[in-house]
Design a protein around this ligand. Structure first.
Ligand SMILES: [Zn+2]
Length: 140
């Protein structure tokens, strides 16, 4: 599946709608292609008190529900039709569900993929590595 086809899948669910006074869905949509060749889509939900979530998050949840974690390619589209990068929280989520997702192609420009590793160069878990000189084998 090429970038344009995946973008079309994301566009197919990009429909802004007011759900309640404080809740809007579909401001952003996302589509992801798994390593098994399946496509999952999702939309953002913006809700009061910060309890909403991103379109990528929604698509990832559908994929994990179906038993997959490894993503080959991911795209997200805003309501004005622009390709948008995943936010920091979604970048971290992509990494935490499957380390192999550092190789995921994030479609920000057709035909010129950006790997997740480029968008998430220093991972949170990296900070948990023992500090140099703090190893008990050093006898310090
Ligand atoms: Zn996000």
């Amino acid at each position: 599946m090429d970038d344009t086809q995946l973008i079309e899948r994301a566009q197919s669910v990009l429909h802004w709608r007011q759900l309640t006074d404080e809740c809007v869905a579909g401001e952003v949509s996302a589509a992801l292609l798994t390593s098994q060749g399946k496509v999952y889509v999702g939309v953002s939900i913006s809700a009061g008190c910060g309890i909403g979530f991103c379109a990528e998050h929604s698509a990832i949840a559908a994929m994990v529900t179906d038993g997959e974690t490894r993503i080959q390619k991911l795209v997200a589209i805003s309501g004005d039709g622009k390709l948008v990068p995943p936010c920091g929280r979604c970048r971290e989520l992509l990494y935490q569900i499957d380390r192999g997702n550092l190789e995921t192609e994030i479609v920000l420009e057709i035909g010129r993929p950006t790997r997740l590793a480029e968008l998430l160069p220093r991972r949170w878990q990296d900070l948990w590595a023992p500090a140099a000189g703090n190893d008990s084998k050093d006898g310090a």
